[in-house]
Design a protein around this ligand. Structure first.
Ligand code: UT7
Length: 325
């Protein structure tokens, strides 16, 4: 029976690499500290003139082509981003214009690093209800535009990139279960304080660096392990599966130690965890999007496999999707 599944995938990483060695020249840090504490070796940095929509456009074009579709076949564009081109209009509207998806409705969602998972779950509702045939889901982030390059506790973690998929009625690569959740009591742990209605931009907010992201790293770390394992377990159980029946777990790439702890909690061996954090760092909503496209491209998934995408992020949001390849 046909149900919502993945029709096409694509990703785009800007070419410029920023290595740990480069960062050693910018803040008091070391390649050794960054590698052992986070697993990150390098990250990509988009050019000054390149915004999230530009990254998203590249990934979107590849996903639409991979699905064997044309831009005008897309009925809806959902972009998950916390680094939209501007507060409004939505980055999805800009992407719609740039790729010529003239028949598509378009809106953004903000679930931070869980955004791509939330986007897939949202797309599935539109496809299963019969309202839309082809929904383009994009995770696109220029995280380096929110980073305080003098704060060593955050600037070493993030990078830029975009991934996309087209969701439609499919015979394989079906979304067989999902779970999304939120613990709003943790909203204060990871945020960009100024520039919104709570604290509009003033000379003071700029001087106090309140337009850069702030994070309570330790607190987020502890919660991340718990909520990612819980979300994945819930979706896996809903699919009628056991953890050991998952062939590949594709987690949000926040920190290699978080990924190892989640694997341990779920009783999964390391080889079943997809990791590309070493190359890209944390790209927020683009992390799972790029990881899914790369896992497919690298042949890490084969027909009949069960894969689980799992993410957590600011909010705190969390969610997981199980796909039968
Ligand atoms: O996408 C979702 C959101 N984000 C996350 O998932 C991130 C979750 N948190 C983490 O990944 C980790 O908490 C961090 C990587 C951010 C930090 O690692 P940690 O092991 O929790 O280190 P820490 O914050 O406890 O800091 C340990 C020490 C401190 O020095 P003292 O106070 O012990 O002297 C920091 O000042 O490491 C120091 N430190 C650094 N040293 C060298 C912090 N950042 C750096 C750095 N280089 N870049």
């Amino acid at each position: 029976m046909e149900q919502a599944g993945i029709l096409g995938l694509g990703c785009y990483l800007p070419p410029r690499k920023l290595t740990n060695k480069d960062l050693e020249k910018m803040v008091e840090t070391s390649d050794e500290w960054i590698m052992t504490r986070t697993g990150i070796k390098e990250r990509r940095v988009a050019a000054k003139e390149c915004a999230s929509s530009d990254l998203g456009v590249e990934a979107a074009r590849l996903a639409i082509k991979d699905a064997g579709l044309k831009p005008e076949d897309i009925d809806l564009i959902i972009t998950a981003t916390v680094t939209g081109d501007m507060a409004f209009p939505s980055t999805s509207c800009v992407i719609q214009d740039k790729i010529g998806a003239c028949n598509a409705a378009a809106f953004d969602i903000n679930a931070a690093c869980s955004g791509f998972v939330f986007g897939i779950v949202t797309a599935k509702q539109f496809v299963d209800s019969g309202l839309y045939r082809n929904v383009l889901v994009i995770g696109s982030e220029k995280m380096t535009s929110l980073v305080d390059w003098t704060d060593r506790s955050t600037c070493v973690l993030f990078g830029d990139g975009a991934g996309a998929c087209v969701i439609g009625k499919a015979n394989d690569r079906k979304i067989i279960s999902y779970f999304i959740g939120c613990d709003g009591s943790g909203w204060n742990l990871l945020k960009l304080p100024a520039g919104g209605s709570r604290m509009p931009a003033t000379e003071e907010t700029v001087k106090n660096k309140l337009h850069f992201l702030k994070m309570e790293g330790n607190e987020v770390f502890k919660l991340a392990v718990k909520v990612m394992a819980d979300a994945a377990n819930k979706a896996i159980t809903k699919a009628g599966l056991l953890c050991n029946e998952i062939d590949l777990l594709i987690p949000h790439q926040a920190n290699i130690r978080i990924l190892m702890a989640v694997a341990k909690k779920m009783g999964l061996p390391e080889e079943k965890i997809f990791m590309n954090i070493e190359k890209y760092g944390n790209m927020s909503s683009a992390s799972t999007a790029v990881a899914l496209a790369e896992a497919n491209k690298e042949g890490r998934v084969k027909k009949g496999d069960h894969i689980a995408l799992v993410a957590f992020g600011a909010g705190l949001t969390y969610g997981a999707v199980v796909i039968k390849w």
